[in-house]
Design a protein around this ligand. Sequence first.
Ligand code: SF4
Length: 357
Amino acid sequence: MKYSSNVNKEMTVKLLDWFYANKRDLPWRHDVRPYSVWISEIMLQQTVIRSVISYYKKWMKRFPDVHILAKAGEKEVLTMWEGLGYYSRARNILKCAHQLIGLYKGTIPDEYDKLIRLPGIGDYTASAILSIAYKKPYPVMDANVNRVARRILALKSWDLFIKKEVADLLKKIISSKDPGGFNEAVMELGQRVCLVDTPLCSQCPVSGHCVSYKKNLQDRIPEKKNLQIKSRETLLPILITENRKSILVFEKKRGVLQGLWMFPGISRTGGYAERMEQFIEKNISDDFEKHGKLTVRTHHYTRFAEKLFPFIYSVRKPGKKLKEDWMWIPFRELEKYPFPSVYRRILQDVEEYMKNL
Ligand code: SF4
């Protein structure tokens, strides 16, 4: 292995010493049962630590183990997840809990090949469970680990072979006594020291092993990928009943927001007041009143941003047969329905607006 001379067990020891002297006090670090590692690692995917802490505590209080979780309904699980985003993670957790009960009597397997077949568990989560809960030497590879390793080895390219080379190298240096600590140490180094834009090399415990640091390449590695964020704009005619007691929402049946509730929307092109009103006449009622517009909100997805333009209408006679999945829900029951966080925010705007209606 041509890059490995600088990366050795001495580096592993320095990394672990730094980690145990500096690690943050996080709730999942007090409970390394396979169940807790699984839930925390899924929550932490694509989500910053400070946002996960309160969700994790609430989750563990309500679903302290696989058996209790497996008895919950999807609606409750999605409501607990509301605001964390990437809701397929929550749906997969529930599916996985059912399989764990059916296949393994509620225990979480300690073999990679079994873990990887479970819903929502990929290489990263399987390796985290095996290393942290079962103390087996499986290195994890997330964006932080990848960046730290590429900088230490001074690898510019995003080539897949290089990814494999990084993985092989981690397998060689992972601590056999403390594989979980090693994995957490590399991740924590990426989160707190080897930062994306400004790596803090003067505070880094492994700078003596880092080729990028020696060659002053740390700002250029890894090369930035050119991700284009697309955007789109959606009109949201928000419909409430004339007595102000119910609101029209629908359940998403497909896609990344499957199982969540939202307002029906239409693409914002052309004269939009007319288009919204035609939409209401066609689908809900021709007896309605327009009130006003609410704050424009943005829903961020991985690859695009959706700007939402909400307008309030009240409907006097909601006469038309609603589309399948659309429902009038009383305001007092909305808490029981999971909404993407930006829609929950719009709901708060609606309630605020209605105080002055
Ligand atoms: Fe990252 Fe700098 Fe440490 Fe190298 S020396 S691993 S670039 S923080």
